[in-house]
Design a protein around this ligand. Structure first.
Ligand SMILES: C[S@@+](CC[C@H](N)C(=O)[O-])C[C@H]1O[C@@H](n2cnc3c(N)ncnc32)[C@H](O)[C@@H]1O
Length: 206
């Protein structure tokens, strides 16, 4: 594994266990992804979100508002917007260069309901329960914040393009424990090729 990938893995493992450590990792990780942004679409494979997209098929009813955290160059947000043609979708990323690249990829038919913003998933500028769907593709989860912005009855979807070999990877057992603690009650694990995904639903009705 390259140094960059090892650093992403180290950051993920540290922050999932101790979210307070994020303040130490935030700057270096942002700089790493700012540097990677120009090549990102060549680094990922064409089907890298296959597992993530399979999990989206289980999201019912369709969300009115959806949030893609750590959107990178936007592929997860584009997949959500295509899958749910009525939804308003926001893609957030820490790295400004990633967001600029995502904006350049905007399809004309989506611009009225999909937007990309620089932001930090550990401190989101959205009200409690603002989204019926929150997605994370190859992204470090900040469980308190993501659970806060999911509406009652809403969903969270995680995708890991290389399964447990993905640099930013969280074991499904850990995902389940953390989400159960925060009011999620229904869970599903999926595998598509090398990729894995995880779906969870919050208790209540939206
Ligand atoms: C491995 S990339 C995945 C990009 C995209 N989701 C994909 O699968 O192609 C992880 C992304 O998460 C972003 N990221 C990491 N920590 C973040 C945070 N706390 N808030 C927002 N974005 C973050 C990085 O800048 C990077 O673009």
């Amino acid at each position: 594994m390259s140094l960059g990938r090892r650093f992403a893995r180290l950051t993920t493992n540290a922050v999932v266990r101790r979210p307070g450590l994020w303040r130490l990792f935030r700057g270096p990780l942002r700089r790493q992804f700012d540097r990677l942004a120009p090549q990102w679409d060549e680094i990922v494979t064409a089907d890298h979100l296959a597992g993530f997209e399979r999990a989206l098929e289980q999201v019912e009813p369709p969300p009115r508002r959806a949030l893609d955290l750590g959107t990178g160059t936007g592929d997860g947000a584009f997949a959500v917007a295509r899958r749910f043609p009525e939804a308003e979708v926001v893609g957030i990323d820490l790295a400004g260069s990633m967001i600029e690249a995502a904006r350049r990829k905007m399809a004309p038919g989506l611009a009225d309901r999909l937007r990309f913003e620089v932001g930090d998933a550990s401190a989101l500028p959205f009200e409690d329960g603002a989204f019926q769907l929150v997605t994370l593709a190859n992204m470090i989860p900040f469980f308190d914040e993501l659970a806060r912005v999911v509406a009652p009855g809403g969903f969270v979807v995680f995708g890991f393009s290389g399964g447990s070999g993905t640099p930013i990877y969280v074991d499904p057992t850990r995902l389940r424990v953390e989400l159960e603690r925060r009011g999620f009650t229904q869970f599903a694990e999926l595998e598509v090729g090398r990729g894995t995904s995880f779906l969870a639903r919050k208790a209540g009705s939206g």
